[in-house]
Design a binder for this molecule. Structure first.
Ligand code: AMP
Length: 408
């Protein structure tokens, strides 16, 4: 799916192109069409999933229609000043080829300047609850023309004690409006809030996003031909109770499984070539602890409820940064410590840059002591000059994408 596939207007699509977005994220694919029809949305999605763009684009498109009143047509509430500023910046960038006016309203800045800006007229307000309430009480904001309300990071709002303020704000909004609520988790008070504020919402659930900090993530740089040896050594030396090993292809899953079995390890494997019954029996063996290791391709592992794993091994780096987060999130559940190892060959580096960008930090790089990294590649494992050139070109185009994303 592409951004052009949504019925967005050209000024918005142009801004999306200029931001360097290649294609919509999962939350955008699911949210944008329904939100454009005016439906309410209840999204379980964290920061990093692209949820801001998901609620902004359809709203901006809507506000391009009709004549602009002086009063705001849209309000976004965010728990912190930083988030409010971030959302307002994203809104400004996306609406830069339109006449729409965006204003961030948060505490700690001059109330008078803000009041003047409000009186001059604005289409979209991004605000923290306290300061917005303050401005409302001063008579500087009217919700007479309000059509869209977004409540972002609702669970953090709850933690910070903002719910009564939000209630007071929402009470002054028209009944007939579109409401979108996003929250990383859904504790009971937030569920109650959704019943109060939303009408027949579309439910969007994205369980990717930033992984629990409990996960001990490590990168093992390794030449491609030594990956099998490294995996065997790690599984032998470390205290691995249960490991989920991800490979890119079915063939690789089979090879890795065979090698581990040759080392007398108890291994189950699951990939797309297996019919349902065989997949289930592999899974059962692993779940019951009869197999200590489960080797899986990404596709086969999607949607499987496998938890309680001590180690996730990315034998191959996932092609999508979001998948990395998804994969490693299977460990460290229920407050247990988890470990995520990722094997990285030189050509994987652009993918790692993407992952580190999504995580917002670098992952620790380690080497296994006394492991012989200098074993030469067998001649069959050496790529031809043509293959090498292709890989370099592919890497370069990925680096360019990430550079364009990080450029501010
Ligand atoms: P959010 O989850 O809204 O905090 O977004 C996380 C980051 O992803 C922000 O820096 C966005 O600009 C960026 N982003 C949003 N949509 C896309 C996309 N379709 N492709 C690449 N990056 C995106």
């Amino acid at each position: 799916m592409q951004f052009q596939d949504f019925d967005l207007s050209e000024p918005l699509l142009r801004a999306v192109r200029e931001k360097g977005f290649q294609k919509p994220t999962q939350v955008q694919e699911q949210t944008i069409p329904a939100a454009m029809e005016g439906r309410d949305v209840l999204g379980t999605a964290q920061t990093g999933t692209g949820k801001t763009v998901a609620f902004l684009l359809p709203s901006l498109k809507h506000m391009l229609k009709g004549k602009a009143p002086k009063n705001p047509r849209m309000v976004v509430l965010a728990p912190t000043r930083e988030l409010a500023v971030q959302i307002a910046e994203e809104a400004e960038e996306l609406s830069k080829h339109t006449h729409l006016r965006v204003l961030a309203v948060y505490g700690g800045t001059s109330i008078r300047t803000q009041s003047n800006d409000l009186r001059r007229g604005v289409d979209l307000i991004v605000a923290t609850p306290g300061r917005l309430l303050d401005q409302m009480r001063r008579g500087n904001v009217s919700f007479k023309d309000l059509e869209i309300f977004v409540l972002d990071e609702a669970d953090r709002m709850l933690d910070m004690g903002f719910i009564p303020d939000i209630d007071e704000i929402v009470q002054r909004m028209p009944e007939k409006r579109q409401t979108m609520l996003f929250s990383a988790t859904m504790p009971q008070p937030i569920v109650s809030l959704t019943y109060k504020y939303l009408k027949n919402p579309l439910r969007v659930e994205i369980d990717t996003a930033v992984p629990p900090s409990a996960i001990n993530q490590q990168i093992f740089p390794v030449p491609k031909h030594l990956k099998e040896e490294l995996l065997i050594e790690l599984l032998k030396r470390e205290n691995v109770e249960s490991a989920l090993v991800f490979t890119r292809t079915k063939a690789e899953a089979d090879v890795v499984t065979r090698k581990l079995r040759e080392e007398s390890m108890s291994v189950a494997v699951i990939h797309g070539d297996f019919h349902q019954k065989k997949r289930m029996s592999s899974l059962e063996r692993f779940r019951k602890g009869n197999a200590r290791i489960l080797v899986a391709t990404n596709v086969a592992a999607r949607g499987l409820d496998i938890s309680d794993i001590t180690h996730v091994v990315n034998y191959d780096v996932p092609d999508e940064a979001e998948n990395y987060v998804h994969r490693i999130g299977r460990t460290a559940r229920l407050d247990k410590d988890g470990v995520a190892w990722t094997f990285v060959t030189p050509e994987d580096e652009p993918l790692i840059s993407g992952i580190e960008y999504l995580l917002g930090r670098e992952i620790e790089r380690v080497t296994l002591p006394d492991f012989d990294y200098d074993v030469p590649a067998p001649s069959w494992a050496k790529p031809s000059a043509k293959t090498l050139l292709k890989r370099v070109e592919r890497s370069q185009s990925k680096i360019d994408v990430w550079k364009s994303l990080t450029r501010k």
